[in-house]
Design a binder for this molecule. Structure first.
Ligand code: IMP
Ligand code: MG
Length: 183
């Protein structure tokens, strides 16, 4: 019995659905990047669970790297917002085919600024793979190239996503009970 289940109002994406989708994404990425110099870039920390599953579903050689970024500014940062790199990539991107691996595309503001920053480093390509997307929240002109599931405009946890740094280790994606926020 998972002790965290009692804090979940309802499940949005089950463990089985996640696993089936990750397998599908692995097949598509392995096909699309065959013969390329694939580098998976995981944005910490939300994407670690998805990254660990996705990389094992990819059947072509690839390298991995990690980045920590923070976006600052308020709601209206789409034109002025900047991304601060807290932990940069270890490797050079020239000639690489970069696939950014993220937990969720929400407003898209962070990634819409990160992608051009990485493109300036002369990779062969930069694309985006997210396990979740909240299309109704989008503020920036960016969409995932590879997507798992669209979710409604609700705060979700699990499969890497946190509330106050917890629930990342839930094996499914769910919505927290309102009283959990009130605590
Ligand atoms: P944005 O797309 O720039 O708005 O930022 C997306 C980031 O916000 C994600 O990488 C998550 O870390 C976080 N985030 C957005 N929606 C949720 C959610 O429903 N639960 C947990 N974290 C979220
Ligand atoms: Mg994140």
């Amino acid at each position: 019995m998972n002790m965290m289940n009692q804090d979940i109002d309802h499940v949005l994406v089950s463990e089985e659905q996640l696993q089936a989708k990750v397998a599908e994404l692995g097949v598509a990425i392995s096909r699309d990047y065959a013969g390329k110099d694939l580098l998976l870039v995981s944005i910490l920390k939300g994407s670690v669970v998805f990254m660990a599953d996705l990389m094992r579903a990819i059947t072509i050689p690839c390298a991995i790297d990690f980045m920590v970024v923070s976006s600052y500014g308020g709601a209206n940062t789409s034109s002025t917002g900047l991304v601060k790199i807290i932990k940069d990539l270890d490797q050079d991107l020239s000639g690489k085919d970069v696939l950014i691996v993220e937990d969720i595309l929400d407003t898209g503001i962070t990634l819409s600024h990160l992608v051009p920053m990485l493109e300036m480093r002369r990779p062969n390509s930069v694309r985006l793979c997210t396990i979740l997307s909240k299309p109704s929240r989008r503020k920036a002109d960016i969409e995932p190239d590879y997507l798992g599931f669209e979710v409604p405009d609700e705060f979700v946890v699990g499969y890497g996503l946190d509330y106050d740094e917890k629930y990342r280790n839930l094996p499914y994606v769910g919505v927290l009970k309102p009283d959990v926020y009130a605590k």
